[in-house]
Design a protein around this ligand. Sequence first.
Ligand code: BES
Ligand code: ZN
Ligand code: ZN
Length: 499
Amino acid sequence: MKSLAITGNFPEANVEALAVVVFKGEKASSADLSGLDKITGGLIASVIANDEFKGDVGETALLRFHPSGKVKASRVLLIGVGDRSDYKTHAVASVAGGAVRFLQKRKIKSFALLPRSAGNAADVAQFAMQGCITSQFELDKYKSKDKTKHTVNSFVLCVEGAKAAELKSGLNRGQIIGDSMNFTRDLANEPPNVLTPTEMANRAAAMAKETGLKCEVLDEAKMKKMGMGSLLSVSLGSEQPAKLIVLRYTPTKNTAKKGELLALVGKGITFDTGGISLKPGEGMEAMKYDMSGGATVIGTMRAIALLKPTVPVLGVVAAVENMPDGRASRPSDVVTAMNGKTIEILNTDAEGRLILADAVAYAEKQGANRIVDMATLTGAVIVALGDQNTGIMGNDQGLIDEIIACGKENGEGFWQLPVSKEYSKQIRSDIADIKNIGPRGKAGTIMGAVFIQEFVDKAKWAHLDIAGTAWADGVRPHQAKGPTGVAVRSLIKLVEKSQ
Ligand code: BES
Ligand code: ZN
Ligand code: ZN
């Protein structure tokens, strides 16, 4: 997407369509709209007066007119955003993305956007660009025909009174963040016969090479040596060997306090059949997305490598396939994790926590003193929070609050669920230290969290259950159906705030 930042003369931008934000109840005579209204010969005033356009969130109206003078565009796209007081900077991403998808359907190639946000100019530009880029992601990679035509290939951003350099740097950041979200989404969308643990490791390694990250891939022999009996128990039933993908970002100028290291740890189950505790056939195909936590880590690390914050970040992804087989784990098997704890596996479908156990212990052993793990861990979080909020739990309220705040800035909801000793008691095993499931039908999401907590020693830790938010079941005005790239933006912010 070609982009250009301008700080005035919006109606004269050399584009096919002028997209402008309109607030609920706004009149065409308002300062920002009256000039445009004149250019269109009063069309804006007429659609507002006739209640054809009210400015509600998500509302759009495309008006055609005959341009004259210095005006090149022949269309105005009105984009409703609701009340002015509710209009947050991050909403610019959905506005821009919504405009791209709307105009694309009408074969338009270029547009200018007047986002009318009161937010910081660089942030506005960042969200605008990110929204444009993520709006063009489609599920059609494997279609041999009928691919969506991305006709919109250039956009002009106008923020009046802003500094051009600020806008430019915001656009650059938006490009990196949008591309990284799409990188994550592409991984999550890959069919499991393509994206095996080995392929996931290869994609991470190729990305690392391109962006200057260090990448190390631990094979099963190495993991065995390190005592990762919990992680390895999950891949026993698969022909595909497990891989532990380790990505390291080291800043050239390091402003982190000595001993500070943030680790992002992801669940990368490339397909979850449930193992011997086999899932029902109906809906099993959705489990190709069970590596979304890992994909989020890889995409976020890509953005970090390119944005170059001044603090180090460690990325760890446990890439494993969960299959039933003669060699697979049985319910009642006992395994020993890297930190020496013994686990009674009572359900082989609760495999995410088994791989994360060793992955978080590994991250801490590598020196991490703050760990954020992310996983499509439980169906229960979908029941509790649906697709609007990611479940967040952890052992440190400060870290949890920081992530929630980063989410708010990016329009990503995180909702905290409790963990406590009482919950932890519920995963005590009769014959081993702990068991991998809690009491049937009770606090399933929290049981997953308190299990992972057993493998965190001194580090501050937060756990994100993205099972409900990593995949959108339907198309949204600014976004295709499918993988969402949730949490990438908030985690980038978390890293940047720790500078
Ligand atoms: N990958 C699933 C979680 C999941 C289930 C995500 C349904 C989206 C929809 C996870 O590995 C799993 O199967 N969890 C079990 C845990 C249970 C056996 C304690 C679940 O949620 O049912
Ligand atoms: Zn499972
Ligand atoms: Zn799973």
